[in-house]
Design a protein around this ligand. Structure first.
Ligand SMILES: *Cc1c(COP(=O)(O)O)cnc(C)c1O
Length: 364
């Protein structure tokens, strides 16, 4: 539903495509699963698929049903189930639709073995637990898994793992060492790198990389901006001023009166609140842009509105364009900056966009 209420989320397919191409150029020897889980990190699975249909080597999702829907929509590239199958009931779809599936536990091995013993081809990514300690085989279980899977007539195996701190100080060397220890003399395909590892650790690129957040134009690193990495924002959250208040020094703004004006101020009221997906925990001073000028929020974010300081933006008035994050008529603000101010990450901001926010496609 489009609305006269002015909030919009703009999705730029060209940015998603450019970011995918950047991932590919960084990991030039590898193929790349475009990670489109969580409705393409809030950008819309189908929008991301349309943006990448002609360029992606493969797509990675969570739900078997989603993978089948992609096949039914004519996607012929490999499709990866990132958490594998959730029960034996998923196996017929995996076989019928040639889905590549992560295998991270012996239960999954058993479900696949029973159904695939009769010569059906299977493409599997065997996940090793190298320190994330969520999913994957360890030294105790890997040999049994490999023993069973190698008995199956037509299995294509890739070894994979997932990095816990590729964006942080501890890096990936320790996990890479555990991976090589577990993999032994493995000569087959490997898939290791998420966005952070693609950008920072060429030695992890292997045969398939798995870019997620970078496709959407946010940085996986706290200390390095998306723009510095050459990424283009794919999502802009934009709105307009719907109110202006002139307040005297000593006046407070918003619920709880958490902000007190230290001077006479002009306050702009933006049609955007936590029910639109803007983070309620964003404190006073969280960056946004109004009429081409950057400023900060003041007071608490409410359900449908937030307030900002327009004292020094003389031209700002009702109807002035506001950019909450992204690149819009209101100005430019990186989602990562908003996330940092609010104590979260751009991943969460993107995924939290509420269904009530109308979506527009294309560059503005
Ligand atoms: C989500 C996910 C990715 C993508 O991670 P980003 O940090 O968004 O690049 C890669 N691999 C796996 C297994 C994932 O679940």
């Amino acid at each position: 539903m489009t609305t006269s209420r002015p909030i919009r989320v703009h999705i730029a397919p060209a940015a998603i495509r450019a970011n995918y191409r950047l991932a590919k150029s960084l990991a030039s020897g590898a193929r790349a699963w475009a990670v489109i889980k969580a409705d393409a990190y809030g950008h819309g699975q189908w929008r991301a698929v349309e943006a990448l249909r002609e360029v992606a080597d493969g797509f990675a999702v969570l739900e078997c049903e989603n993978a089948v829907a992609l096949r039914q929509a004519g996607i012929s590239q490999p499709i990866l189930l990132l958490e594998g199958i959730f029960s034996a009931d998923d196996v017929p779809a995996v076989i019928e639709h040639r889905l590549t599936t992560v295998v991270h536990c012996l239960e999954q091995v058993e479900w696949l073995r029973r159904a695939a013993g009769d010569g059906q081809p299977l493409s599997l990514c065997l996940k090793l637990n190298t320190g994330m300690n969520r999913l994957g085989f360890t030294a105790d279980t890997l040999a049994s898994a490999l023993g069973i899977l190698r008995q199956l007539p037509q299995v294509e195996l890739t070894l994979m793992t997932h990095f816990a701190e590729a964006d942080g100080e501890r890096g990936i060397d320790w996990q890479l060492a555990r991976f090589h220890e577990l993999a032994g003399d493995w000569r087959g395909a490997v898939s290791l790198a998420n966005s952070a590892a693609i950008l920072r650790y060429p030695q992890t690129h292997g045969d398939w990389v798995r870019p997620g957040i970078m496709l959407y134009g946010a940085s996986p690193f706290a200390e390095q901006s998306a723009a510095d990495l050459g990424l283009r924002p794919a999502m802009t959250l934009a709105s307009r001023l719907i109110g202006v208040q002139e307040i005297a020094a000593g006046e407070r703004v918003g619920y709880g009166g958490t902000f007190t004006a230290s001077r006479q101020m002009r306050i702009g009221i933006v049609a955007c609140g936590y029910a639109d997906g803007y983070p309620r925990q964003a404190p006073s001073g969280t960056p946004l842009a109004v009429g081409g000028c950057r400023t900060g929020t003041v007071g608490r974010v409410s359900m449908d509105m937030l307030a900002c300081d327009i004292t020094d933006i003389a031209a700002a008035t009702i109807g002035s364009p506001v950019t909450l994050w992204g690149e819009g008529a209101g100005g430019t603000v990186a989602a990562d900056e908003v996330a940092a101010a609010a104590g979260t990450i751009a991943y969460e901001l993107f995924c939290a966009i509420a269904p009530r926010v109308p979506v527009e496609i294309g560059e503005r």
